[in-house]
Design a protein around this ligand. Structure first.
Ligand SMILES: Nc1ncnc2c1ncn2[C@@H]1O[C@H](COP(=O)(O)OP(=O)(O)OP(=O)(O)O)[C@@H](O)[C@H]1O
Ligand SMILES: [Mg+2]
Length: 246
């Protein structure tokens, strides 16, 4: 299958700090890939650059053959990339249904929602993530696991080809993590290309067949989790930061 995402020599500087340093990789359509690295490695910055929330200092990003380097986030969504945030974000005082209806009204969301109607489509998405019973309440009163699911529901509403999940397991209980894993697997089975980060690796390493590792903004390794887990530089990077490598 063809390459869906091509990142070439990507660099992002924040003043004197190089958060992403000459980073390159490719993802094929239908891939299921993890991006790992210790705290501050540059993972979120890579996602911010791909999704247009930050502009690179240099380097190129191509999605489905189109140069998206420095493009605005809404344009990137319209091309088929959705992302979730490490810190959950929602319209706090809208109902869950309204939160998910908004992305269903996006250009790509409408391609799917026009037959059913945006609200009806949002409702089927809420059902698919297990939140339909809570459709009429606002997210402010939800437990954290539900908020994570809501982030994914909103991303699905934009009908993405590529989904970037930034630390989707962060703050979840073991049970909530298992539910989330099933949800992510189902999205992948439905044909969505998945690229997700994690700094605590337990869940991620058993889920994805391929991981890309980074440290201090730089590429470290790319391959099956078992191989990458033995990478010396990565092991030292993790152990040096309190040994969250499990
Ligand atoms: N907007 C910003 N301005 C200045 N420095 C930033 C900014 N965003 C990120 N950084 C710095 O860039 C580096 C990479 O941060 P980033 O958030 O991408 O790491 P991460 O791998 O996602 O870490 P974590 O595992 O904690 O989520 C860090 O040193 C961080 O402090
Ligand atoms: Mg991060």
């Amino acid at each position: 299958m063809g390459i869906i995402l091509e990142v070439k020599n990507l660099t992002k500087k924040f003043g004197g700090l190089t958060a992403v340093n000459d980073f390159s990789f490719e993802i094929k359509r239908g891939d299921f890939v993890g991006l790992i690295g210790p705290n501050g490695a540059g993972k979120t910055t890579v996602f911010n650059l791909i999704s247009g929330f930050e502009r690179p200092s240099s380097g190129k990003i191509r999605f489905a053959g189109i140069d998206i380097t420095g493009m605005r986030p809404y344009k990137i969504v319209n091309l088929g990339i959705a992302r979730t945030f490490q810190l959950v974000r929602s319209f706090k005082f809208l109902t869950l249904l309204d939160n998910v209806t908004v992305p269903c009204l996006s250009n790509r969301g409408r391609q799917v929602s026009k037959k059913l109607g945006a609200e009806e489509y949002a409702s089927t998405i809420l059902a698919s993530v297990g939140l339909v019973d809570k459709a009429r309440i606002p997210p402010v009163i939800l437990p954290h696991g539900d908020l994570r699911k809501l982030q994914i529901a909103k991303a699905i509403g934009t009908n993405p080809e590529l989904l970037l999940l930034d630390e989707p397991y962060s703050g979840l209980s073991h049970e909530e993590s298992e539910v989330l894993t099933e949800l992510i697997k189902k999205l992948h089975d439905d044909g969505v290309t998945i690229f997700m980060t994690g700094h605590v690796l337990r869940e991620l390493m058993t889920l994805v067949p391929r991981v890309i590792a980074m440290h201090q903004g730089k590429f470290i390794a790319d391959g099956p989790p078992k191989e990458v887990a033995n990478n010396k530089i990565l092991l030292e990077a993790y152990l040096g930061r309190g040994g969250e490598f499990a």
